[in-house]
Design a binder for this molecule. Sequence first.
Ligand code: GTP
Ligand code: MG
Length: 199
Amino acid sequence: MKITSAEFITSSTDWRKCPPTHKPEFAFIGRSNVGKSSLINMLVDRKKLAKTSSTPGKTQTINHFLVNDEWYLVDLPGYGYASASRSARFEWGKMIEDYLKNRKNLFCTFILLDARLKPQAIDLDFITWMGENHLPLAIILTKSDKIKQQELVKSKKTIENKLLEQWEEVPPLFVSSAEKKLGRDKVLDFISEAMLEGD
Ligand code: GTP
Ligand code: MG
């Protein structure tokens, strides 16, 4: 897919206030600091479209970006932001869960996992929750530039095996690096295909 335009549309704290639902939408979620905003910028080839930061907890709202005037890319706040207060974490959960469960035009949610880490309980819990709610998902292992190829293969295998303990099939799995611009074509092709199938 060729990206011809990408623009910020709106930030929302409630799914009811998100843009109209007549265009397909793809969301990006994962632990704070895993690289969601950086990946979004890499996909649309715009360095500063989604705000990134080395301090976890940068993205706090549901952020819609319109790509090619055709589909939305959605940057979500990270989960597991340890220093957020209990009530803030609760609010986060409700805002995101309501959005994921109710958003009619949400074609797929990409769950980002740090390629360097073993799957964390919070990620596995979230994947289980998505499955229980029959919400389509794909996985992206981020920051792959930070590890050797051999370790990356190991990481992939570990996550696949972990998921196979619970699921009959492994969901689509991609590897990315915002730093080295890796994984862009595969993720964009997947989005194109999903939109074709959804027509
Ligand atoms: P929150 O919005 O706080 O939940 O974080 P986020 O998941 O959006 O992460 P963000 O994109 O802001 O990136 C967090 C940090 O990781 C930044 O310092 C990025 O520069 C760095 N980073 C993100 N992706 C990559 C990558 O592929 N490779 C490397 N080396 N660093 C990355
Ligand atoms: Mg972010």
